[in-house]
Design a protein around this ligand. Structure first.
Ligand SMILES: Cc1cc2nc3c(=O)[nH]c(=O)nc-3n(C[C@H](O)[C@H](O)[C@H](O)COP(=O)(O)OP(=O)(O)OC[C@H]3O[C@@H](n4cnc5c(N)ncnc54)[C@H](O)[C@@H]3O)c2cc1C
Length: 381
């Protein structure tokens, strides 16, 4: 539907989108190949993004954020996906929302402005080599010693790991308690921190523009004042609550990617000739694209509803799981179909659709696998 526009868009957001788009086109897009080679964005990319207002757009101005709503974050996520650019400012926002929601005034004033400016890069560290879906089984511990915690363990697959100056770590503060009460979120400032080590960036199937690393904590001392929340043991419930934000954001990126895939492939199908006619003249190609366009539009309407409900504080955990599950399945299905319509060129990384195919796959895995999403939805039956 070419005349469809999301109901949550307004003039101010249109202007913000223009700024974000121009910035991504001029500053990030030309650097993608280099970022992929070095397996991380340039360090100054974070500061530039901060100066332009891409970081923490939905955090109040009093803490250095943009003072906007989730719609502003959605605009940034959409624009990155529409440009095929990978830059994990979404994770920066996720970390900031943990601090905003559970941090005390001192913590908010200390960390949020630095995250908003890109002086600090944030990461969220839940997954461990032996505990991903089963978060309750994490082994990393944080044991009180005077005014400090001693943090021991390791985390894996951590987005922004190489750049991160601030890591929000899920750790067991009480190893004897049930996980629902024994896990806490602790903020670790990594600069010159003794016992903290970052592994090299993983070689991934896609999204190599982003640093994804293993983090090691060997008896690292962290001030006990860096605990998030009034008391220990709230970590699991904090993660469950905040994962809604992450899952809607993934849905937003999924829809923008589907729309891009359909647009790119429609153009290709009009240009590419076979048997003396454009591909789009073949009923099969036209029908496949018609199906993809329909699914992308259904996805768009669903995510717009999720965005509106999230902004109104009414998006429940189950619907957020549905959005993450269904939209990422749809994304992978559509992108795969679009690769097929490109023929051999669809398998060449110089063609955007090939990259989209490789980059899309992880959407069904992180932020809770889609099987875990089905469990969450299943509990509501
Ligand atoms: C590129 C990338 C970036 C990431 N970024 C981060 C990050 O920034 N921070 C972070 O903490 N983590 C991050 N992750 C980790 C990600 O969240 C985990 O990989 C994911 O939660 C799955 O955990 P796992 O890899 O241990 O798989 P496992 O939990 O071992 O799952 C393996 C398979 O078993 C299935 N399975 C497991 N339990 C069940 C069940 N109960 N019912 C049905 N099926 C089940 C899963 O669905 C999956 O198919 C990232 C991962 C990737 C690949």
């Amino acid at each position: 539907m070419s005349n469809y526009e999301s109901a949550w868009i307004n003039d101010e957001l249109r202007m913000y989108r223009k700024t974000v788009r121009e910035f991504i086109q001029t500053e990030f897009l030309p650097r993608q190949q280099e970022w992929r080679k070095q397996h991380r964005p340039d360090s100054d990319a974070w500061k530039k993004a901060g100066q332009t207002g891409l970081l923490l757009p939905d955090v109040p101005e009093e803490y250095g954020g943009g003072g906007g709503t989730f719609a502003h974050q959605a605009v940034v996520t959409e624009e990155l996906a529409s440009a095929g650019v990978h830059f994990s400012c979404g994770v920066q926002s996720i970390v900031s929302h943990y601090i905003l929601q559970y941090g005390n005034e001192e913590q908010k004033k200390k960390w949020l402005p630095a995250l908003a400016q890109g002086d600090l890069v944030g990461a969220i560290a839940m997954t461990e080599p032996s505990a991903g879906s089963d978060l309750q089984a994490i082994k990393t511990s944080a044991i009180r010693d005077g005014n400090d915690y001693i943090l021991s363990g390791s985390k894996t697959f951590i987005t922004n790991g190489w750049h991160a100056g601030l890591v929000c770590v899920a750790a067991k503060t009480d190893r004897r308690a049930a996980a629902s009460r024994g896990i806490s979120m602790i903020v670790v400032e990594t600069k010159d921190l003794s016992g903290y080590r970052v592994g090299s960036s993983f070689e991934k199937v896609g999204m190599n523009e982003v640093d994804t690393c293993e983090l090691f904590f060997d008896d690292v001392r962290v001030p006990s004042a860096n605990l998030l929340g009034a008391a220990e043991g709230s970590g699991l419930s904090q993660m469950m609550e905040q994962l809604r934000y992450e899952r809607v954001m993934i849905g937003v990126g999924a829809v923008a990617t589907m729309e891009r895939a359909v647009a790119i492939t429609t153009k290709y199908a009009k240009e590419r000739k076979a048997f003396g006619q454009a591909l789009i003249e073949f009923q099969n190609a036209r029908f496949k694209l018609a199906q993809c366009k329909t699914e992308a539009h259904v996805g768009r309407v669903f995510i717009d509803d999720c965005i509106a409900r999230f902004m109104a504080g009414q998006l429940d955990t189950v619907t957020a799981a549905m959005a993450k599950y269904w939209l990422t399945e749809c994304q992978c299905r559509i992108v795969d179909e679009c690769v097929q319509l490109h023929g051999g060129y669809g398998y060449m990384t110089e063609y955007p659709i090939a990259r989209m195919w490789a980059d899309s796959r992880v959407q069904r895995i992180y932020a809770g696998t889609n099987e875990i999403m089905l469990e969450v939805i299943g509990w509501s039956l």
